[in-house]
Design a protein around this ligand. Sequence first.
Ligand SMILES: Nc1ncnc2c1ncn2[C@@H]1O[C@H](COP(=O)(O)OP(=O)(O)OP(=O)(O)O)[C@@H](O)[C@H]1O
Ligand SMILES: [Mg+2]
Length: 274
Amino acid sequence: MTGRRASGPTAGAEAGTEASPIILELTGVTRVHGEGERRVVALREADLEVRLGELVAVMGPSGSGKSTLLNLAGGLDTPSAGEVRLGRDLLSHLDAAGRAAIRRRRVGYVFQDLNLIPALTAAENVALPRELDGVGVREAREQARSALAEVGVVELADRFPEEMSGGQQQRVAIARALVGPRRLVLADEPTGALDSHTGEAVMRVLRQRIDAGAAGLLVTHDPRFAAWADRTVYLRDGVVVDADRDDRASDLLVGAGRGSGRDRRRGIGPGLDD
Ligand SMILES: Nc1ncnc2c1ncn2[C@@H]1O[C@H](COP(=O)(O)OP(=O)(O)OP(=O)(O)O)[C@@H](O)[C@H]1O
Ligand SMILES: [Mg+2]
């Protein structure tokens, strides 16, 4: 065992085990777009549980429903059927304003395209969600600087996005997802545009934050980045298959040209201290 687990706020109850609280729970979640001939089932009766301390990788071909899953998990979209629970809150019981408030406070989102605001500096971009949530400007800026320091780019605080490389912008986007007390990080291919070295650095940051008391869903096409996760769920045509809990996974894995989910489970991911 690599001893990847840090002893954070969850010390005493190993993070990601049955003893850790469930941060995100999807039960029978279906999302249908369009009608008639245009009808697309983007997600089909998905069940998923993510506990504090867990990083779950989401893999699957283009169009299989990965972004749909993340949007539903973060309350950016609502299911056609089924329930999404964030902590103790059932999102379907909240109106749009209630969902937005929960999202701002508890969910950090790294979008497929980074969505940094070009007219704001790195620090302003990262501080924005905190300010929107009513935190004072000065405190929001302090939290932003500490999130930027956490991802190793505090020296870029006063630069605008166009003055940064793709990798630097990526880290700023991740800082924005981590700023403040967010407990659930939803990352849609955060390493997509990065070389493998920068990608590893980004994964290290994500892993550390999650070990220190958060949870995450990470969409990635790259098995090297998925190896940082505690487990991987596979999507195919909107159906979720949990590689570690469902034997159907082995068929999908063969299809994807990979080994058995059980073989690669835990232990082969890069340690934090290597
Ligand atoms: N707003 C929408 N209206 C109609 N169909 C949609 C909409 N959003 C997604 N879809 C469809 O739902 C399916 C799942 O899309 P989704 O974006 O979740 O895929 P993905 O796995 O994230 O793909 P990629 O790897 O290309 O990002 C696709 O068939 C897509 O065309
Ligand atoms: Mg997508």
